[in-house]
Design a protein around this ligand. Structure first.
Ligand SMILES: NC(=O)c1ccc[n+]([C@@H]2O[C@H](COP(=O)([O-])OP(=O)(O)OC[C@H]3O[C@@H](n4cnc5c(N)ncnc54)[C@H](O)[C@@H]3O)[C@@H](O)[C@H]2O)c1
Length: 341
């Protein structure tokens, strides 16, 4: 078992990585109310049934204001008060929604997460961002508020669809590429064991990823600067995800390869380094190449810009382990996307 602490001006969060953590619900000081992903409740009924709960419908299409309305009403019917501990249980979708509901109902109740997907454990449950989509735009409504705990229960991952598991590995690879040479070496040596969910490898990988993300969030919780490096591979990735209907990690894998190639074309990264990024993505079983329509990608990046003005803050690599943020004008981006695709 590994334990770490994330402390920011918005609060402190205890992160625990290990097996069978969900049984710890019995040891909490107060009876929690669960906000639980519908599939996780069905699969782990015996563990979670004893607790009061509301069900979060699975699927990105349910991450809406409309769903929030129903969830608030259900919680009111369960007579939650401002001291009720809300525990979000599930992948990134359930914890994003639960974190937002807990941050806003009755102006905020205490909350924690039990994270049940690899993507959730290494990324979504950590860092305090939560919220829902609006009119198809991702995470437009939300807050930043730290859960008091995140339990990354590795024993829940066994039932996760393989594709979903592999999608989480993309974010793990990202941490190696942007931050940690030793971790990159470790991933290259242990990819097969990771794919087989060997527990010691999984614990090391989730623990290291959680530590890297926590460290970045502690230094820049509000993403004014440093936290942007976590978006490596995501500018292209989000655009590809939207039009190709890929899983998040599949699109981020492609996005990382494209960002590495762009770094090469700007003289920042060597050809062997680009190869290394591509090989890591491929070794996880993620796509590293795909026929892409540059116009679709460009239009999708432009739409995303409704969120953040005229420049795109692109994360490039000035050598592996050294991400830099470069503002690219939308006009320049158009020709770049055409060259890359
Ligand atoms: N807050 C953040 O910082 C942040 C970061 C990255 C992603 N996200 C968000 O996370 C969401 C994606 O998260 P995700 O990839 O975990 O997907 P998800 O939560 O949608 O879960 C994927 C699927 O796996 C099922 N599932 C969950 N746990 C399971 C288990 N243990 N066994 C079997 N099935 C299980 C779910 O029901 C769902 O069908 C997106 O909404 C994204 O915007 C948030």
């Amino acid at each position: 078992m590994q334990q770490l602490r994330l402390t920011t001006p918005a609060g402190a969060c205890e992160i625990v990585v290990g097996e069978l953590l969900s049984s710890g619900l019995q040891t909490l000081d107060q009876e929690p109310v669960l906000m639980i992903d519908e599939n996780v409740l069905r699969l782990y009924h015996d563990i979670f049934k004893p607790y009061k709960s509301v069900t979060v419908p699975s699927g990105e299409a349910s991450k809406t204001l409309q769903t929030l309305g129903s969830l608030y009403r259900e919680l009111v019917n369960l007579e939650v008060d401002r001291s009720t501990l809300i525990v979000g249980v599930g992948g990134g979708l359930a914890t994003d929604v639960a974190g937002f509901v807990a941050s806003t109902i009755l102006r905020g109740t205490p909350f924690g997460f039990i994270s049940s997907t690899l993507l959730g454990q290494v990324d979504a449950s950590i860092g305090g961002k939560n919220g829902v989509n609006l009119d198809g735009y991702k995470n437009m409504i939300g807050t930043i508020r730290q859960p008091s705990f995140v339990w990354c229960d590795l024993s829940l991952l066994g039932t996760l669809a393989h594709k979903e598991y592999v999608s989480g590995i993309a974010e793990v690879i990202k941490y190696g590429i942007i931050q940690d040479f030793d971790f990159m070496d470790y991933l290259e040596e242990h990819m097969e064991a990771l794919l087989n969910q060997e527990i010691s490898v999984l614990e090391h990988v989730v623990g290291t990823s959680a530590a890297i993300k926590s460290d970045v969030v502690q230094k820049d919780e509000k993403e004014s600067d440093l936290r942007k490096i976590l978006n490596f591979g995501h500018t292209m990735g989000h655009a590809i995800e939207r039009y190709k209907h890929l899983l998040h990690g599949e699109a981020v894998g492609l996005g990382m390869v494209l960002a590495a190639r762009l770094s090469y074309s700007k003289g920042l990264l060597s050809a062997p380094e680009v190869d290394r990024v591509e090989k890591m993505v491929l070794s996880a079983g993620l796509p590293a190449q795909m026929k892409l329509d540059p116009d679709e990608i460009y239009q999708n990046i432009r739409k995303d810009k409704k969120k953040s003005g005229e420049d795109v803050h692109f994360v490039l690599l000035k050598g592996l382990g050294n991400p830099i943020i470069r503002p690219l004008a939308l006009k320049e981006l158009k020709s770049i996307v055409h060259d890359l695709c």
